[in-house]
Design a protein around this ligand. Structure first.
Ligand code: IMP
Ligand code: MG
Length: 172
C-alpha cells in the first residue's frame, strides 16, 4: 500500500499556534518553575519548539506510554513505560501531548500523575480530535482541532514513519 501525506496545517501555522500557547503558559506560570512532561515519542519536536517560546524558567522530562503499535486504533490498554517516580511530587505539571484521540491515554496519565501528588496538573496538546473522544478531556492549552483523519508529521508518526515532516499532514 502506498501512502501520500497531504498538508493539513503548515509549519507557519504551527509556529503561530505555539507562540500563542507559549504566551499563555508564560503568563500562567511566571515564577512557578513548571515541570513539562512530554509524552514520547510524538511530542519531541513540539516540546523543543514550545519550551523555547515559553522562555521562563521551567524543567522538562518525558514519559512513554504503551502505544498503538502498527495499528491506527487505540487498544485502550495503557501502560506507563517510562515511570516518573518522585519527580512530580509538589510540582506544577504541564503534560505536553502531540494528539488527543480517544483521550484514554491522557486520562490514564492524569490519574497516574495525581497519585504522585503534584501541586497541579494541566494539559497542553498540539492537536485534538474531539469527534473521537471516548472520555471527557479538558485541554488547557490547545494548538489545533483536527478532523477524524490519521495525522502525521511534526513528530507524529504512522508506524514510525513521517515524524520528520515539518508540517502536520494527514494520510488516507
Ligand atoms: P488516545 O489514547 O486515543 O487519545 O491516543 C493517544 C495517542 O495515540 C497519541 O498520543 C498518538 O500517539 C496516537 N494517535 C492517535 N491518533 C493519532 C493520529 O491520527 N496519528 C498518529 N498517532 C495518533
Ligand atoms: Mg502520543
Amino acid at each position: 500500500m502506498s501512502v501520500i501525506p497531504h498538508i493539513l496545517i503548515t509549519r507557519q501555522e504551527i509556529h503561530e499556534a505555539i507562540d500563542k500557547m507559549a504566551g499563555e503558559i508564560r503568563r500562567d506560570y511566571a515564577d512557578k518553575n513548571p515541570l513539562l512532561i512530554g509524552v514520547l515519542k510524538g511530542s519531541f519536536i513540539f516540546m523543543a519548539d514550545l519550551v523555547r517560546q515559553i522562555a521562563i524558567p521551567l524543567e522538562v522530562t518525558f514519559t512513554r506510554l504503551s502505544s498503538y503499535g502498527s495499528g491506527t486504533e487505540s487498544s485502550g490498554k495503557i501502560k506507563v513505560l517510562a515511570r516518573l517516580g518522585e519527580t512530580v511530587k509538589d510540582r506544577d505539571v504541564i503534560i505536553v501531548e502531540d494528539i488527543i484521540d480517544t483521550g484514554l491515554t491522557t486520562a490514564y496519565l492524569i490519574s497516574y500523575l495525581n497519585k504522585r501528588k503534584p501541586a497541579s496538573v494541566r494539559l497542553c496538546s498540539l492537536t485534538d480530535k474531539p469527534s473521537r473522544h471516548k472520555v471527557p478531556v479538558k485541554i488547557d492549552y490547545l494548538g489545533f482541532t483536527v478532523p477524524d483523519k490519521f495525522i502525521v508529521g511534526y513528530g507524529i508518526d504512522w508506524d514510525e514513519k513521517y515524524r520528520y515532516l515539518p508540517d502536520i499532514c494527514y494520510v488516507e
